[in-house]
Ligand binder design. Structure first.
Ligand code: SAH
Length: 358
């Protein structure tokens, strides 16, 4: 049995079953054995858009240059990325931005929000030529200037709670011990209805409602900062545009789904992002949220085909590789519609960031 599983079983013996959120937090972020703490999973367990093609990060860079110009080119701003993985997205953003508008890069105080010491090390190497600061929590990002923030495949890693509907009400799904292994169980008690998203309360018996209190709280803080200091946040992830019922808790190892309770710390644990809930949290925080777009449509609007064609002219030998990458990022059969993009900015009266106009 792996050491983290033993630790979790001991914890359950001492304190009783864990909520899914508690289990996810330990499995991903335990300082000693947490999944993200000691390894670089990118490219091994899963692959993300910035790792598929440099075009992705370049377009996101141009997105922020445009948003910065539309806001009168502030001479100091916070350029923040949540969960930067290998640092590839930020490196591609900065390279594209520097070519077009060096002043943008000069005005940026770059802050990476990262908890994993291993991935911080990788980011340091990737971004060696830039001046970069690290913090562990968004709250520690300086609050003195406009905020331009990006998060790709970050919110899916934040711990969720699950509730299952019976005739009597909603029961929380817990992780319990069954001797030497971990198992799911439902609490016999009924959860307060207020915790279930409004739109799901009338769901049929047996429905699963997922809530992510940490994600909502974080989105709320980001929106408050934007409402006060100005700026734009861009959130990209897999998930649904409106809150919907269903169990999306999943574990991935070596590019395949595995049992999420079998080997805590050895597999990536995620859930689909509820963009409806994130949008509500952002609006409650005082910011504006335009329509949520599928990733494919967003990248098309930013000109992914034009950019890909230019790259192909520059290096014709990589032509088919580029076509494949564009297809993977935009095709509805791949990441095109399962992934969504959400923007948040100061107010309806401010210029809508590129790609969110339609
Ligand atoms: N954005 C990157 C990596 C996605 S993997 C990409 O697109 O390639 C998720 C990233 O979020 C990793 O860098 C992981 O270490 C980080 N992370 C996960 N939970 C976190 C938390 N609670 N706080 C800060 N970073 C976290």
């Amino acid at each position: 049995m792996n050491a983290l599983k033993r630790k979790i079983l001991t914890l359950i013996e001492a304190q009783g079953p864990l909520t899914l959120a508690q289990y996810m937090a330990i499995a991903l972020s335990d300082p000693e054995h947490g999944y993200y703490m000691r390894r670089d999973p990118l490219g091994r367990d899963f692959i993300t858009a910035p790792e598929i093609s440099q075009v992705f990060g370049e377009l996101v860079g141009l997105f922020f240059v445009q948003a910065w110009e539309d806001r009168g080119r502030p001479t100091l701003f916070e350029l923040v990325e949540l969960g930067p993985g290998r640092g590839t997205l930020m490196a591609d953003m900065l390279r594209a931005a520097a070519k077009l508008r060096p002043q943008f890069v000069e005005a940026a105080n770059i802050v990476l929000v990262e908890t994993s010491p291993t991935l911080r090390g990788v980011q340091e190497a990737t971004l060696a030529s830039s001046q970069v600061n690290w913090v562990s929590r968004f709250e520690d990002v300086p609050a003195d200037a406009p905020l331009f923030l990006v998060a790709n495949e970050f919110f899916d890693a934040l711990p969720i709670r699950q509730f299952v509907k019976s005739e009597r009400g909603w029961h929380e799904r817990m992780v319990a011990s069954d001797g030497a292994s971990l198992c799911f169980m439902l609490t016999p008690d009924i959860a307060p209805l207020s915790i279930i998203p409004q739109g799901l309360r009338d769901a049929p018996l047996g429905s699963v409602a997922e809530v992510n209190p940490g994600a909502a709280a974080l989105m709320h803080s980001i929106a408050e900062r934007i409402a006060e200091k100005g700026g734009v946040a861009l959130i990209i992830d897999y998930g649904h545009a409106e809150s919907a019922s269903g169990d999306t808790f999943q574990a991935v190892k070596d590019n395949a789904f595995v049992d999420p309770l079998a080997e805590p710390g050895e597999a990536d644990l995620t859930a689909h992002v509820d963009f409806g809930a994130l949008a509500t949290a952002a609006r409650d925080g005082g910011a504006y949220v335009p329509r949520i777009f599928p990733q494919g449509q967003f990248l098309d609007a930013l000109g992914i085909r034009v950019r890909a064609n230019r790259l192909k002219r520059e290096s014709p030998e990589t032509s088919s590789e580029i076509d494949l990458a564009v297809d993977r990022l935009t095709n509805p059969q791949h990441m095109g519609t399962m992934f969504k993009t959400m923007a948040t900015f100061e107010g309806q009266d401010r210029t809508t960031p590129p790609g969110f106009n339609a």
